[in-house]
Design a protein around this ligand. Structure first.
Ligand code: ZN
Length: 501
């Protein structure tokens, strides 16, 4: 996730010098232009595809093995997610009717039961009504109370099942555990025109589909999204098919590598897609921009050059596809292979494009197992963003780190140490700047060659997996042959900024 504003006054000057497009007083008129008649809310009712249940996958498919995970109860947000389920594949068949703001879903989940027992538990928002639940094709009893969907059935450890949930309703976003001003709710959001978008870090996917909504449980996804034409549904992965029939547009999206639920994105609306490619690797990038705001597309094309800069540092882009999706909010999110950006000057600026692309390695290819380790994502990405900005603007990186260090202490005091933050202060500056400074200090200790090798090799070492502090730090010690426990403890768990070299 990108971060624009910082907590203390001293930083505002710095932030605006780092992020040239940054402004605390954005002109709201530049963000929202009234939609022309063509994108007026369509009135056709959307329903899910009739044959949705016919092509159900086989949960024993060895192609799902890459999504085997070790689910856990989150230490920061234990009420969301449940370790009884290891989801392997979600088939999301969704129909959105803007006029009534109704979502109909048939979600088929190939899963592994992690234990012997008589129940499976998923998260699903209470504003959605569950019509039926089947397990391996047979109706099963379920209880949907609050956001917990509990399915009653005898299950065996490591046995795989196919769970299908049919539901409908108007999804309501949930309160996000943060004091940030660029977002306060999480999950499925509906605009005034009935268009929709999602952002859901650290949780909130459950506001629109049944899910084990905790990052340790990565899974593969396929999406089928039906909306009234000319609107279109956009999601992660590759656009496999787009058909129009009876006034409805159906798109199917396919992912080839597993992802955590907070990295899922779906948006519906009147979009036009354009592309450009990087010069050297020839990677094609797609840009999904509202049809009535196509002038914004041009500004996003700088992503190709920024991606080449990242590939020089981190190696080849870790996924098959990459796209950007503009939505009606104020934040930026590293949703896997399809980055979701709010429509503001800041969130469509090149530093933010670079930030969210860097997360595809740090956060997406390797993801934290537990929310206490969000610093694993934001620290390295912020450091890369700092390096890029220093290079672009002709700063010395050391100078920039000195400036960051000036306010880092206040952020720790305010929100807690980076790896032990206040659960009500999710995604504040403390998980960005302190860990970025830590990497800079480590670079000084290790030297550039060893540091950049480590930076490049880590995401690949845990490709498509999750990790946590112990695993990561042991790997670094192993790679570098250095004992670094007290160094990391001071930077990640200390109450004040450690001394810098
Ligand atoms: Zn971020």
């Amino acid at each position: 996730m990108s971060r624009q504003r910082v907590a203390v006054g001293a930083v505002v000057l710095l932030a605006s010098s780092l992020l040239t497009a940054c402004s605390d007083d954005e002109d709201p008129s530049s963000e929202q232009t009234p939609p022309p008649a063509s994108s007026a809310t369509p009135t056709v009712t959307a329903t899910i595809a009739d044959d949705a249940e016919d092509d159900a996958p086989d949960p024993a498919d060895p192609g799902f093995d890459m999504a085997l995970s070790t689910p856990r109860e989150d230490s920061v947000y234990p009420d969301v997610g449940d370790p009884s389920v290891d989801a392997l594949h979600y088939d999301l068949d969704l129909a959105w009717t803007p006029e009534t703001e109704t979502l109909e879903g048939l979600v088929t989940i190939a899963l592994r039961s992690t234990g012997d027992g008589d129940r499976l538990q998923l998260d699903l928002g209470s504003s959605l009504d569950v019509d039926s639940v089947t397990l391996d094709g047979k109706d099963v009893e379920f209880e949907h109370s609050g956001k917990n969907l509990v399915i009653s059935s005898p299950v065996r450890k490591d046995q795989r099942y196919l769970l299908a949930v049919h539901y409908a309703g108007t999804p309501k976003p949930t309160a996000a555990p943060t004091t940030r001003i660029d977002f306060s709710t999480s999950g499925w959001h509906v605009t005034e025109d009935g268009e929709t978008w999602t952002m859901q870090e650290p949780y909130g996917a459950y506001t629109w589909y049944p899910v084990n909504d905790q990052p340790a449980d990565k899974a593969l996804y396929d999406f089928t999204i039906t909306v009234p034409s000319p609107w279109v549904g956009v999601a992660n992965g590759e656009l496999a098919e787009r058909t129009e029939s009876g006034g409805l547009t159906t798109t199917t999206w396919h992912t080839t590598e597993p992802m955590s639920s907070y990295l899922v994105t779906v948006a519906t609306g009147d979009y036009t897609m354009t592309t450009n490619t990087t010069d050297r690797s020839g990677m094609e990038i797609s840009y999904w921009v509202p049809t009535d705001q196509q002038d914004l597309a041009q500004g996003l094309y700088s992503a190709a050059g920024a991606l080449e800069w990242l590939e020089d540092k981190l190696g080849p882009f870790p996924f098959d596809t990459l796209g950007f999706l503009l939505v009606d909010n104020r934040s930026g999110m590293e949703t896997q292979t399809m980055i979701t950006l709010g429509i503001t000057e800041y969130t469509t600026s090149t530093p933010v494009l670079l930030h969210e692309m860097a997360h595809q390695w740090y956060g997406d290819e390797v993801s934290p197992s537990d929310w206490r380790d969000m610093w694993m994502n934001e620290g390295m990405v912020m450091y890369l963003q700092g390096m890029w900005t220093a290079e672009q603007d002709g700063f010395s990186l050391d100078e920039m780190m000195d400036e960051w260090a000036e306010f880092e202490d206040d952020m720790r005091r305010e929100s807690g140490p980076p790896a032990n933050y206040d659960p009500a202060e999710f995604g504040e500056g403390n998980v960005y700047y302190g860990p970025a400074l830590m990497w800079h200090e480590l670079r000084k200790r290790l030297g550039d060659r060893v540091f950049f090798e480590m930076m490049r090799e880590w995401p690949e070492a845990r490709s498509n997996q999750n990790s946590g502090r112990d695993d990561y730090l042991a790997w670094i010690e192993d790679q570098t042959g250095k004992e670094l426990t007290s160094f990391f403890d001071a930077w990640l768990l200390g109450e004040t900024t450690p001394p810098r070299a």
